[in-house]
Structure formats: C-alpha cells, structure tokens
Ligand binder design. Structure first.
Ligand SMILES: [Zn+2]
Length: 473
C-alpha cells in the first residue's frame, strides 16, 4: 500500500499557486481525449489535487470478478459467458450495451466474445459501432484501461492484434494483485461473486473480500438453497428462519457485507409482515401451492426483514442495487424511480442496520443525497456511476459533499467481471474526484486545507471504518 499524501505536503504544494487562473490548453493533435486542465505557471491546483488523488489508494466497494485461477486457466466451461482472452473482452459487461443500443446486432456482439472467431472478423464487426458511441463513459473505460495496462491510446485497426496478444499473456498467476494494487492503486476490493448463489471464498484474501448474497433467502426464498444450508427439509416458517440463521452462522463472519440486486426484478417496498401472517402462507409455498402476488409479498417481506435484523446482529452493511439497470432494452423506469422512496420505511424500521445505496441511484442521485442526509443508517456508493455518466458523477460528488455528511460516501466500485476494466474505471473515478475537489475549491466552497482529509475519507477511510469489522485480512 502506498502512503497517501500528507496534509502538510498538499498544503505546501498548493499554497504556491493560490490566486492563479484556471485555463484549459488546446487538445494535443494526436490525442484522443482532451488535455488535462492546468494553471498558467507553477504547479497547478489541478495537478496537485490529481497527485493527491492518485497517491490515495481506493477501497473498491463493489466488483464481480471471477476467481483469478479461472481466468488464468481460461475456464470457459466453468464460467458462463466467459469472454475469449482478446480485445473482444473489453467490449463485454456494459460496453456491449452501448454498442447494441447504437445499432450492433446481438448476434454480431456474441461473435466478438466467442473463442473460435478470427480477430479480424471480430474487429470488422465491432469497429463501426465503437465509432458510433466512443464518447460514452463505458467506451472511455476501454481507452483508460488500454492506457494504464499497455500504454496504448485507443483501440484501432493497427493495434487490436497486439492488444489481444497482451491480454492473453498477462493473465498469469498474481495478475489480479498486479493490476489492482500495483497499477490501479486499489488496496482492497469487495466482490459480489456471481458464480455461487450465496458466498464463496476468494484469493488473495488480503485483496478481495466477498459479499453474502441474500437473494435466495428472501427474494424469493429458494427452498433448495434453504434446505441445503439448513441440512434438512424446510416446510415451515420457523424452519426457513432457522435456515437463514444457519446461513449467517456459516458465512456472517466471513462476508464483508450483504448484497442484493433484487431491484432488477421487483420493487424494494418489502412489507414488514408479521410471522403469524407469513407462517400459514409459507407452509403453502413450501408445498408449491399457488399463491396470489399479495400472499407472496407477505412471505418475501417477512424473510427480507428477517435478513435485515440478522445483518444488524452480525454488523454487516446491506448493499442494495438502486437506480439504473445494466443491459439494454428493458428498464421499468417507474419502478426504478421509486427505489429510494420504497426504502424510507425500511431505513426507519431497521435503525441498527447500515444500508449502502448503490450506483447513486442514477438517474435519481438527488434523492440519494437527500436519503443520506436524512437517515443516519444510509450511505451512498458511487460504484459503476463513473462510467454510467462521468459528468453527472462529478456533479453528484460536489453536491453530496456540500449536502450530506462526507462520512457516508464510498467513492468507487468498479462493478466489473473482467478485472482489466476496473483499472480503467478507477482512472476515470480518480479524474472525476479530482475535478470535483478542484471545482469546489475554485468556487470557494471547500478550503484547500480540507482536501487531503476529505479525499482520504471518501476514497478509503469510510470503507475501512464502516466495513472494518468484516475485513478478512
Ligand atoms: Zn454490480
């Protein structure tokens, strides 16, 4: 772990340029991105802040990495949709959504992920659509990844083969640590592991903590998984509760947090149902009898709220997907819009459970700020947000800092399956954090001397403080 800049270092460097004017030099002729803004003469506030943000390690609070060993082995039989190790993998998980919304046929995209399609064919299929959407955060992440890993400025006809070869070669034992810690300066990352329904151990343990997924326990309860966890039949509500107890006994002290992305398939207005109402319905549920949607809501509501109580008992933060949907072509915006208002009664009913609202609830980030300001037990996580909309994320960060306690914000989660793309995402996040801090100082809202402690807090300190109990290493 690198040492963050001290306050003294920061003040010493920045005080020399007080009063200078912010200018934006013209873009370099051969550069694909705008040049970095700077001050005329001396070390700029931007450069000093960028150095501070660059040297401060991230605690990355949300990823979906697969085991490094599976990547090294190229275990495509064991990992569903594992992309072939070539430039096509840079197009998977998010990037593909923009490509397809920009017109790329789904079948063509699938070919870019395949293990038996020539590279030249993949490039021919992808290039026209990459050009059509290259200015989005998802596509910017490709270029930031290539810069950080391979010193390449862009993905082009004359380098996709070279990049593909390097992507194949670098996937050797230890490459997760090299990419995350040595290149992206991420000291620790939380993983929501998608290959197992509840929980899995991941290595290296001093780099990766894993969330306990509660979807199969409550949204809706999966009888097979409950029975496997309990080790006996589950036919009654007390038995289902015993299965949840067993799950927390087994994984509660190992998990770094609790995770649910059930907002992808249901609303978050979980009913705080009574056991006396849920018990007879659960017996019917276990017999596979038909239940109305209202009756199913009573069961799911009871089980969800029981999990929230268990989270408090084990000191586990509850991470909830809120806001925008990954993928494309299907997002019920009316339900998404209600995510945060649905959570208000839950936040009130579980004052001892800490909730982390993911993805700034984009595009409802104003509501996320209001919730973090109103409820002691609500934090907001910027995971994924920096590539959904980099400009909105800068605005959000500035407004959050000025409205809600800074101790309730986690500034970065890569949210990727391919570890490579989290490197680029971290670079975009650092650029955004830098811009937000510089603008707040220039606009007179933030004292220069407060920047080091604020940056330290939002990039790592809050996560170490709030998740510290469950950090495994
Ligand atoms: Zn995610």
């Amino acid at each position: 772990m690198k040492d963050p800049l001290t306050r003294r270092t920061f003040l010493g460097a920045s005080s020399a340029i007080a009063g200078t004017q912010f200018i934006v030099p013209g873009a370099k002729a051969d550069a694909s991105e705008p040049a970095t803004p700077s001050f005329a003469g001396g070390t700029s506030l931007y450069e000093t802040t960028a150095e501070l943000v660059g040297k401060t390690p991230f605690v990355d609070t949300h990823e979906h990495f697969v085991d490094e060993s599976l990547r090294v082995r190229g275990a495509r039989e064991e990992v569903r949709h594992l992309a072939a190790p070539d430039f096509g993998m840079l197009l998977c998980h998010y990037t593909d959504s923009d490509l397809q919304v920009a017109g790329m046929p789904a079948e063509d995209y699938k070919q870019t992920q395949a293990w038996n399609v020539p590279l030249s064919k993949k490039w021919e299929l992808a290039a026209p659509y990459y050009e059509r959407c290259r200015h989005t955060g998802y596509q910017l992440c490709i270029r930031e990844t290539l810069r950080a890993l391979f010193d390449e400025e862009d993905l082009r006809a004359d380098n996709y083969e070279r990049i593909s070869q390097r992507l194949q070669e670098h996937a050797a034992p230890g490459f997760y640590t090299r990419l995350l810690r040595d290149i992206a300066n991420i000291e620790y990352a939380h993983v929501n592991y998608l290959q197992k329904p509840l929980f899995a151990e991941m290595e290296p343990a001093d780099l990766l903590g894993v969330d306990l997924s509660i979807n199969p326990l409550c949204a809706p309860p999966d009888l097979k998984i409950l029975e496997k966890t309990l080790g006996s039949k589950v036919t009654t509500l007390p038995e289902a509760m015993a299965a949840i107890d067993a799950c927390f006994d087994q994984y509660g002290s190992k998990a770094v947090a609790i995770k649910s992305q059930c907002a992808y398939w249901r609303s978050l207005n979980f009913l705080n149902a009574d056991a006396k109402d849920a018990a007879p319905l659960f017996k019917r549920y276990a017999r596979k009898a038909s239940l109305s949607s209202e009756e199913l809501e009573i069961i799911q509501g009871f089980m969800f709220h029981y999990c929230m109580k268990k989270a408090a008992e084990y000191g586990l933060v509850v991470k909830l997907h809120t806001g925008y949907y990954a993928g494309h072509g299907g997002m019920p915006l009316a339900r998404v819009r209600d995510n945060l208002s649905d959570l208000c009664p839950i936040l009130k009913e579980h004052p001892d459970t800490m909730f982390s609202l993911f993805h700034i609830a984009y595009p409802y980030q104003d509501e996320a700020i209001a919730i973090a300001k109103q409820y002691r037990n609500a934090c907001v996580d910027m995971c994924w947000a920096w590539i959904i909309n980099p400009a909105a994320s800068v605005r959000f960060l500035k407004e959050f800092i000025m409205a809600a306690p800074a101790c309730k914000l986690f500034a970065f989660g890569g949210d990727y399956i391919p570890v490579e793309m989290s490197v680029g995402h971290a670079a975009i996040a650092r650029r955004g954090v830098t811009q937000a801090i510089v603008e707040l100082i220039q606009e007179g809202w933030l004292a220069e001397g407060d920047a080091p402690s604020l940056v330290e807090r939002i990039m790592r300190g809050n996560a170490l403080e709030i998740f510290a109990k469950n950090r495994r290493a």
